[in-house]
Design a protein around this ligand. Sequence first.
Ligand code: ATP
Ligand code: MG
Length: 574
Amino acid sequence: MNENAPALPIEEPKEEKRSLNFVEQIVEQNLAEELNEGRVQTRFPPEPNGYLHIGHAKAICIDFGIAQRYGGVCNLRFDDTNPIKEDVEYVDSIKEDIHWLGFEYGNIYYASDYFEQLYAFAERLIMEGHAYVDEQSAEEIAKQKGTPTEPGVASPYRDRPREESLDLFHRMNAGEFPEGAMTLRAKIDMASSNMHFRDPIIYRIIKHPHHRTGNTWNVYPMYDFAHGQSDYFEGVTHSICTLEFVPHRPLYDYFIDLLKPQDSDYRPRQYEFNRLNLTHTMMSKRKLLALVKEGLVAGWDDPRMPTICGYRRRGYTPQAIRNFVDSIGYTKYDGMIDVALLEHAVREDLNRISTRVSGVLDPIKLVITNYPEGQTEDFEAINNPEDPTAGSHVITFSRELWIERDDFMEEAPKKYFRLTPGGEVRLKNAYIVRCTGCKKDADGNILEVYAEYDPETRSGLPGSNRKVKGTIHWLSIAHSMDAEVRLYDHLFLDEDPSSVEGKELAELLNPESLKVLSHAKVETFLHDAAVGAHYQFQRIGYFVVDKDTAKEGRLILNRTTSLKDTWGKIATKK
Ligand code: ATP
Ligand code: MG
């Protein structure tokens, strides 16, 4: 049980019917105009301050997808400008998740690679009168910002001599001043209608070792000062990001105009698409980190998390995630996507690849009283009707079986087509049986169910064609093994948990988001199941072998999703 399931090849989503998205249209137009000598270079620029989530998958698909489609290159760049929040653990997980999604990055870059260049550029800005050291606190600066309709107030340090600013900036970096004592601000326009132009802070003092540069620096560039220039240093042509960066774009362009040689035509161009928002899901890394830190989930890869590693553990496939992203597309309008669409893509892909097995989540014993003791029969179970190469395996029938507790009712309503005294049901792939009764304890709890089989109805014989309304799944008790099954539901009760105000994170959680069934039964066929292997339990849903299986030496399965869109319930319909 220790081996990991092999990864399956990932295909490009089928796109015969899809028209070009707006970014692809732009790229094609740029190629036709021979902009940047026909070069296409993109990047995926995560800040290594958390694990990637499904929203990042959407960004990854377009960043890498554009490069792939147009023969360009997509690099991975870590925007590591804030050493306090960043860590190598996140760097490593980001690389792993991109690979798992099926993408190859060109180079790996770090914004911290450019700290020298950015620092030199900042010095230049100071000496050219485009930046100054401000000795006010960040709060004071924020108060002076004004509003979109009212101009801001100029800092008293705005017009200090350039040499003085330069000297202070050097001393900030030499570690002479405490954090918060002063900042370097771009000197642009305190009355601009774009708030980002009102003398934004471009450097601050941080006295915390950086995961790559250690204690080399005491000043760090702000994201807005590093991002656009990093794109420029790398030669990015199409800088694709989400819509909230629209108002930042003119600022990036402003810095690049100051940075680039006058006679050079090259500049990165930024294009913005709608970020992914999913119902019943929170995507902000800050919130996800809080869930982990407060112990509200079992880590970044808790199968209820919208992280790539959480979905992987849950049994979502990279193909399903990419098909989902392809199906929702890229637009210029923010909106909310129903998480059921993602689940639909997962079911479609799992239907294609999962091995069909029998599992009983809440077992009760069924005794076939007219079946000889000690006798067994082997039936053939097709592994995957969607995949002729998947073969079959043997499922053994015997006198004592496990069936689902709710597949029997002593007093059943009219439309109940499962086992009830006097009624007939088909045991999938085996025989038709007639229920003869049950045994109960003193409190009326059902202990065992009894039935008689009809030998003429053996699967494959003409008698098996007899019409019965219900089919149920079963396991031979002697040929089954124990499994722990973990059932998941939405982590958040609210459709849009991010918009709920005045509630703690813990109060927003669905108390039923995880149910552990410790006495489930599965075919012994799963004895050597590999971690990450996908199974469809007939009539119940899709399951994946959890990594705890290897750790604990017993079979632990996560329910990836039910067979139909019936959250929180086991689909018991035929
Ligand atoms: P936070 O979640 O705290 O807002 P972030 O997700 O923006 O942080 P980054 O590491 O900066 O964190 O994101 C890297 C890239 O992924 C950015 O280009 C960003 O636009 C994109 N991205 C982030 N969230 C989404 C989302 N929900 N949908 C699409 N793209 C996203
Ligand atoms: Mg961000």
